[in-house]
Each structure stands twice: as structure tokens, then as C-alpha cells.
Design a protein around this ligand. Structure first.
Ligand SMILES: NC(=O)c1ccc[n+]([C@@H]2O[C@H](COP(=O)([O-])OP(=O)(O)OC[C@H]3O[C@@H](n4cnc5c(N)ncnc54)[C@H](O)[C@@H]3O)[C@@H](O)[C@H]2O)c1
Length: 353
């Protein structure tokens, strides 16, 4: 092609750009001097499309953000969002093309897609541009947006760019009072599902100080909650479909009440804002182990604290799933729930598929 060529690659990229899209964009970027990636959108139509599939609606701003991240080190690639109505009429494409040309602001030399069927309409819309097909049989990355919408993103995890995956990670939080096997269960689950986890930050915090008995201060608790949230973000970015999390802001609030006798508004606010896909509640029916940072071992106190924590969770409208029994039973019950969440079959002896 002549120097100074301008190309366009467009789509709705719903629910998200997949590896086939990334491949097409990169191939296109090597063939022109300037490439414009166009994210077309029609909110009402897309919401309906997502409702009919099995994915939550992903706003255009999020899709634009992913494309911006994907192309941030490619100075000759530019990303735009353009409204194109989706009524099923050819007029939609004409309206879209007007918006696309206005966003690009210069004549187009090439239009890229993987659809041979688009050649006639592109010929009408962009008569001076060449339609260049990239992998029309979708052999390099056999995936499509409709497969992701219909079958869910977890089934096609390896077809999602690494920067997109964290958005779809399922967050499983494990809560309970002291010494009910949370840390062990969280670590075991993370290893079994080959993914990452977030440790109980309050514990790490006091281990760093050397103890927690009689030395906790009210200001420790917001700090614990902030650091915990930060680690959720860090580990979530590396997770493989699911992230296991040991405790959260409501448990931190519960400890604030127990240790310093007060409830902290900022923890209530975090508790209201946080979102998890699944809550596992561990009943305190395994042996109490004193690991040096624990204080409430007496059976009656243990039961009373368990009741208090449940009350607090219920106050925030949390729908948790209780798990009890010995360590083997707890692991098996947890795996049944997690398999269900991930859409995996629950097999005999709960073996992994
Ligand atoms: N007005 C325009 O010029 C224009 C151009 C393109 C798209 N659009 C709009 O975008 C909407 C969606 O278009 P779509 O369904 O083609 O978008 P899409 O989001 O499914 O795909 C975007 C592009 O990537 C290509 N692609 C998809 N999967 C691929 C894979 N595995 N490997 C390689 N390439 C792959 C597609 O052929 C398409 O060109 C259209 O209905 C239209 O509204 C408009």
C-alpha cells in the first residue's frame, strides 16, 4: 500500500475483545500507517443481547478501556467509540459509517474484518477503501463474541486477553470466627483450582507487630481493610477464573467491635460497596487452635461470637452458605459450591474435571 495509509477495524466487541480480535487488530496494524479501532455501541440493543445470553452487560466505556490498554504502546493505533443503532436495517451501517468517518477525520484506504459477507456493504460505505480479510475461517483463534455470550467467558478463558480476564474473575470469600479453618481452606482451594488467593490481612498485620493481645488500636482496622482490598486487586489480576479471599470488611468490623469495642463507619461503607460472587461461612465446629494471635477460645464465647458475626453479615444482607463438619467434609462442601459457581460438573468424590 502507498505510504500514509489509514485503516479501520470495527466491531461491538461484546462482551469483550477476545484473542481473535487482538490478532486481527495486530495484523491490521502491520499493514497500514495509521489504524483506527472502532467500538460501535447501541446500549439498549446490547443490554438485551446480554440478557438473552449468559453474561452481564458490559458498558461501552469498559470495552473502550480494554482496547485503549491493548493498544497503549502502539502510537499509530487509535481507539474510538461510535454509536451505531442496531435495528437490523442497512441504514444502521450508514449511520455508523458517518460516525466512524467523523471520528477518524480523514479518508480511509483499508477496512479490516474477518467477514467475507461485509465486502458489499463496505464497498458502499467506503468506496475508496480496500476490504482486507483477516483469518475469515477463524482458524488462528476459533472464537466469536456470540460464543462468549452464549456459553460464558469461563468456558473460553484462554481466548480472553490477560488484561480482560480480571474483570470476569469470580470472587469467593471465606468468613468465620477465629480458628475455624479459613486460612487452610482458602490455601487448599487456591491450589486445587490452580489460582491465587488473598490471605487474612489482619493476621499478617499483627504478626508484623509481634502480637495483637492488648495492643490493637482503632486505627489499625481501616488500614487492615484497605490493605486487604489492595491485595484483592493484585491477586485478582493474576487469578485463573476464581479468586479465594480470606475475610473481608464485615469480619474486620466484627474484630474491631471485639478488640476495641467500637464499630467504624468507614468499615461499614467498605462493607456496603464490596462485591463478592460467593460467600462461604465456616461454622466453628472444628477444634480451637491457639496460634499465638487468637483470644476467644472458650466454647461459650466462641458460639456467642459466631452468632454476632452472623448477625452482622445479615445486617448487610449477605447471603452466605454455611459449611461445617471435619476438615474433609468442609473441603468437599466448598468444592461443590465452587464447581457450581464455575459451571463445572459436580462429580463423585468431588474430583476436579
Ligand atoms: N459501520 C461500519 O463500518 C461497521 C464496521 C464494522 C462493524 N460495525 C458494527 O459492529 C457490529 C458488530 O460487528 P461484528 O459482528 O463483525 O463484530 P465483532 O465484535 O463480533 O467482531 C469484530 C471484528 O472482528 C472480526 N473477528 C471476530 N472474531 C474473530 C476471530 N476469531 N478471528 C479474527 N477476526 C475475528 C469480525 O469479523 C469483525 O470484523 C456490526 O453489527 C456493526 O454494527 C460497523
Amino acid at each position: 500500500m502507498k505510504p500514509g495509509t489509514v485503516g479501520m477495524y470495527g466491531g461491538k466487541f461484546l462482551p469483550c475483545p477476545h484473542m481473535g480480535h487482538v490478532y486481527a487488530m495486530i495484523r491490521a496494524s502491520t499493514m497500514v500507517d495509521e489504524l483506527h479501532v472502532i467500538v460501535t455501541y447501541d446500549e439498549a440493543y446490547e443490554q438485551k443481547l446480554c440478557e438473552d445470553g449468559c453474561i452481564p452487560y458490559i458498558p461501552v466505556r469498559v470495552r473502550l478501556r480494554w482496547w485503549t490498554q491493548l493498544t497503549k504502546d502502539m502510537p499509530h493505533v487509535h481507539v474510538h467509540a461510535v454509536h451505531q443503532p442496531e435495528t437490523g436495517e442497512m441504514a444502521d451501517w450508514h449511520i455508523g459509517a458517518q460516525g466512524i468517518l467523523a471520528a477518524i477525520g480523514k479518508p480511509l484506504d483499508a477496512v479490516f474484518s474477518s467477514e467475507t459477507a461485509y465486502t458489499p456493504i463496505f464497498g458502499e460505505l467506503y468506496p475508496d477503501a480496500q476490504h482486507i480479510l483477516i483469518d475469515p475461517k477463524r482458524e488462528v483463534y476459533p472464537i466469536s463474541g456470540s460464543m462468549l455470550r452464549k456459553e460464558g467467558v469461563l468456558k473460553h478463558w484462554n481466548m480472553l486477553p490477560a488484561i480482560v480476564q480480571p474483570h470476569f474473575v469470580k470472587k469467593v470469600v471465606v468468613v468465620g470466627t477465629e480458628s475455624c479453618g479459613k486460612s487452610t481452606l482458602v490455601r487448599n482451594l487456591a491450589n486445587l483450582y490452580n489460582t491465587t488467593y488473598v490471605e487474612e490481612w489482619g493476621r499478617t498485620y499483627y504478626e508484623r507487630l509481634g502480637n495483637c493481645e492488648d495492643i490493637t488500636l482503632p486505627e489499625d482496622y481501616p488500614e487492615i481493610a484497605f490493605e486487604h482490598k489492595y491485595h484483592e486487586k493484585v491477586q485478582g489480576a493474576k487469578a485463573n477464573k476464581v479468586l479465594f479471599i480470606d475475610t473481608e470488611a464485615i469480619v474486620t468490623q466484627y474484630f474491631s467491635k471485639l478488640y476495641v469495642g467500637k464499630r467504624q463507619p468507614i468499615l461499614d461503607e467498605i462493607a456496603r460497596l464490596q462485591q463478592y460472587d460467593f460467600w462461604l461461612f465456616l461454622e466453628p465446629d472444628v477444634e480451637w487452635v491457639d496460634d499465638g494471635t487468637r483470644s476467644f477460645g472458650e466454647e461459650q464465647v466462641r458460639q456467642e461470637n459466631n452468632r454476632l458475626l452472623k448477625e452482622l453479615l445479615e445486617e448487610f444482607g449477605v447471603r452466605y452458605h454455611s459449611i461445617s463438619g471435619n476438615y474433609q467434609e468442609r473441603l468437599e462442601q466448598a468444592m461443590v459450591h465452587v464447581n457450581e459457581l464455575l459451571g463445572r460438573p459436580v462429580v463423585k468424590n468431588h474430583e476436579m474435571k
